[in-house]
Design a protein around this ligand. Structure first.
Ligand SMILES: Cc1cc2nc3c(=O)[nH]c(=O)nc-3n(C[C@H](O)[C@H](O)[C@H](O)COP(=O)(O)OP(=O)(O)OC[C@H]3O[C@@H](n4cnc5c(N)ncnc54)[C@H](O)[C@@H]3O)c2cc1C
Length: 208
């Protein structure tokens, strides 16, 4: 299993791309060196996440001729970048995107980057499945990963998790604890503003 991008703790587009590419390269080397024949219904690589890390991994996997599939829980690609505020400038150092080439500029508007990724995915017919969320990933005794998603099971010899940091937390099912303290009403009749747990300033300006 490989981790790429911000999941590993480094919050940069360029690093996510470099790590995604490195993961696909490592899988390509492993697959080439292995003697076991490709098995029916088992892909070489499952890429989870279509932010910069997952997209770069997928493009490189395509370039290296891997049999792979990419899943993304959102209905759009681009990951965190796609969610930036409108027209936000994305600062990045020149970076090489497989099957596209060099992104030479130091900054791009977020829309430019997402459009560029969309066109490179379409032109290269990447097997990207949007709206598919990874729910569970286990490794079976035969070494093959079984990925459970909201749209069924995918079996893969390798997995690259490029989930970013927002993720989709697994819920425990227990009720949400209420931590907000109860304060007595403001004697001047103003509404209390709860800023932190310990401080209860009142909107009348006094610390009662
Ligand atoms: C406000 C802001 C501004 C930033 N500005 C810059 C900047 O100017 N320059 C720069 O280099 N970096 C910047 N960053 C950081 C950069 O956006 C991230 O480092 C980068 O997007 C990480 O890429 P990633 O592919 O690892 O993860 P992400 O872009 O977060 O993509 C992860 C993808 O995985 C998907 N996913 C998660 N869980 C699942 C699941 N269970 N199943 C299926 N899919 C799943 C998510 O939906 C998402 O699409 C900024 C970050 C923020 C928040």
């Amino acid at each position: 299993m490989y981790l790429a991008g911000e999941l590993g703790g480094f919050a940069l587009v360029r690093t996510a791309v470099a790590q995604g590419v490195a993961a696909a390269d490592a899988v390509a080397q492993k697959v080439r060196g292995t003697k076991s024949p490709a098995r029916e219904g088992v892909v070489d690589l499952l890429v989870v996440g279509a932010g910069p890390g997952g997209l770069a991994c997928s493009l490189r996997a395509k370039e290296r001729g891997l049999h792979f599939v990419t899943i993304e829980q959102e209905t759009r690609l681009g990951g965190t970048v796609a969610g930036y505020p409108r027209s936000k400038m994305v600062m990045t150092q020149p970076v090489h995107l497989p099957l596209y080439g060099q992104l030479p500029r130091l900054s791009y508007q977020k829309e430019e980057l997402v459009e560029l990724w969309q066109s490179v995915v379409q032109e290269n017919d990447l097997p990207l499945r949007l709206g598919v969320r990874l729910v569970d990933l286990t490794r079976e005794a035969d070494g093959v990963f079984t990925a459970t998603t909201n749209e069924g099971v995918i079996r893969a010899r390798n997995a690259c998790l490029a989930l970013g940091r927002r993720g989709s937390p697994r819920r425990t099912g227990s009720p949400t604890p209420s931590w907000r303290p109860e304060y007595p009403p403001c004697p001047s009749g103003f509404r209390r503003l709860c800023v932190t747990r310990s401080c209860a300033p009142c909107s009348c300006g006094s610390q009662h």
